[in-house]
Design a protein around this ligand. Structure first.
Ligand SMILES: Cc1cc2nc3c(=O)[nH]c(=O)nc-3n(C[C@H](O)[C@H](O)[C@H](O)COP(=O)(O)OP(=O)(O)OC[C@H]3O[C@@H](n4cnc5c(N)ncnc54)[C@H](O)[C@@H]3O)c2cc1C
Length: 482
């Protein structure tokens, strides 16, 4: 048998790809598993492991993008990036660990008509991924999973004042915002442990399968409607006896599908790609969590209350000289839907990305409401102890509780940025079925953020580890019952 023949080939060694490769290799020891990642290996890499480096990681570990001009953001292009290394986004992200609200998963189950994607059914898989830092929460949390996040217990000098300011708006304390109800003031759990990153490539055991980095998957080989393997960027073909699984993330997975002949007919024909499955929803339904930030000038900057390095903040902001703090409003249940489409047939070329930020009145109303709460919070006695007021960018007036809806809308259009939570572009129910199998062909699945049919109110990684665990178990069950 050729050394280029495997049972399972996983394209994309990001967060989901690493979970799959690890779990399949553990559960199916007689199967040959291959994980292919276009970026470099990230294991034992200090730049990636250390929290201090989190926002300064070399550009080599990112795919850097710009969106298409955004219709509802005054035609602005928004800078985006995704991880490009073994571990994908989990190797470069900031570490916020949030699972999201049960309502998002229950909506997902409704949309696809399958209870396995509802919150209660996913709970064992969320637990399987984590060793949760807060004891005694067995009903909601796991205590022997590979990812070992820590509780946001760092000693910020402003913590108590910020908490008091938030509570003054009427929001209640939530002791475990990762227990299926995200409402309230909570401490952020983070995927940092003893000052090291805890992430998919570093903490899931990848020793039992084969891992090849620096390999771009150009397309899936489909013969007679069955996935037989993949072709790499250099033209080399690798065979898959059982399945190919695409885990290239919400921006590249639709690209790989389209380059393989699965996508909207008109788009494939435009680029001269043979149409194997006319699947109009490939690349559609893209969503992100847009964010608008407000910059508050500290009343006592001399007390060393804020970060003083411009390198630490990747967003457009007043000078980062320790004189300001940021309060952000993020629309985590976005209803705006955009798309990913091909720019060319070159697998290395970035696709065209349109997250359609603020396309719906719902999403604009969320930002307005959030901004009002921020103003209320910062005008409270505790907020006044912290800050003398907001330093707005450009022509805008400082945010106050009197700021009009029109002014907040203008500000959002001018300042909305990404939170890097791109998802939904190969939606379950549309492009893949409830077992993550691509409709219209055999032997091909998609497992990554692109399958999320709805916007989950999480930073995504805490959610995605559970989703990848769920999918891995489906694949293992299918293999054991074959
Ligand atoms: C800067 C940044 C900050 C973030 N902060 C947070 C945070 O604080 N908390 C949080 O929960 N989430 C955060 N996220 C988001 C989170 O990391 C992602 O949602 C998550 O990693 C997505 O997982 P995935 O498996 O869908 O894809 P990814 O993890 O993106 O993995 C896809 C992988 O496929 C590879 N690939 C792509 N195309 C090909 C190809 N053709 N051939 C081979 N390989 C390919 C990519 O290089 C990548 O490694 C952040 C992301 C970024 C980029």
């Amino acid at each position: 048998m050729s050394s280029t023949t495997y049972d399972y080939i996983i394209a994309g060694g990001g967060l989901s790809g690493c979970v799959l490769a690890s779990r399949l290799a553990q559960a199916l020891p007689s199967h040959k598993i291959l994980l292919l990642e276009t970026g470099p290996d990230s294991r034992n890499n200090d730049a990636i492991a250390s929290p201090g480096n989190a926002w300064m990681i070399t550009p080599d570990y990112y795919h850097n993008y710009e969106t298409l001009p955004q219709k509802h953001l005054e035609g602005r292009r928004v800078a985006l990036k995704t991880g490009r290394a073994l571990g994908g986004g989990s190797a470069v992200n900031y570490g916020g660990w949030t699972r999201g609200d049960r309502s998002g998963y229950d909506e997902w189950a409704d949309v696809v008509g399958d209870e396995r994607w509802g919150y209660e059914a996913l709970l064992p898989y969320f637990k399987r991924a984590e060793t949760y830092p807060l004891p005694g929460l067995e009903a909601q949390h796991g205590y022997d999973g590979p990812i070992k996040p820590s509780r946001g217990d760092r000693g910020y000098l402003l913590k108590e004042d910020v908490r008091e300011a938030m509570l003054s708006t009427g929001v209640e304390v939530n002791e475990d915002a990762n227990g299926g109800d995200i409402r309230g003031v909570a401490r952020l759990v983070e995927s940092w442990n003893r000052r090291r990153r805890t992430f998919a490539a570093g903490d899931y055991d990848l020793s039992k399968g084969e891992v090849l980095t620096g390999r771009t998957v150009a397309r899936v080989v489909l013969e007679g409607g069955v996935a037989r393997g993949v072709v790499l960027g250099d033209g080399k073909r690798l065979e898959a006896r059982t399945e190919v699984i695409i885990s290239c993330g919400a921006l590249r997975t639709p690209q790989v599908l389209m380059l393989s002949g699965i996508g909207p007919r008109s788009q494939l024909e435009k680029f001269g790609i043979e149409v194997i499955v006319d699947s109009p929803q490939v690349g559609e339904n893209l969503h992100d969590h847009g964010m608008v930030s407000f910059w508050y000038k500290l009343r006592h900057p001399e007390q060393g209350l804020a970060i003083g390095s411009e390198k630490f903040i990747p967003f457009e902001a007043p000078p980062m000289d320790g004189s300001h703090i940021t309060v952000s409003v993020i629309g985590i249940h976005a209803t705006s839907r955009g798309s990913v489409s091909l720019a060319s047939t070159d697998p290395d070329e970035l696709p065209l990305i349109d997250p359609a930020y603020l396309a719906t009145e719902h999403d604009r109303a969320v930002i307005r409401t959030g901004a009002k709460i921020v103003a209320q919070m910062m005008e409270s006695p505790a907020g006044q102890r912290i800050s003398v007021g907001e330093t707005p960018p450009g022509p805008f007036a400082p945010l106050t509780s009197k700021t009009s809806a029109r002014e907040i809308d203008e500000r959002a259009r001018a300042c909305m940025a990404t939170t890097y939570h791109l998802a939904g572009s190969v939606a379950m129910g549309q492009v893949v079925d409830a077992e993550c199998r691509v409709k219209g062909v055999k032997g091909l699945r998609v497992v990554d953020a692109s399958i999320m049919p709805v916007s989950i109110g999480a930073h995504l990684q805490g959610s995605l580890y559970g989703i990848a665990e769920r999918a891995a178990q489906m694949i293992i069950d299918a293999a054991e019952n074959a």
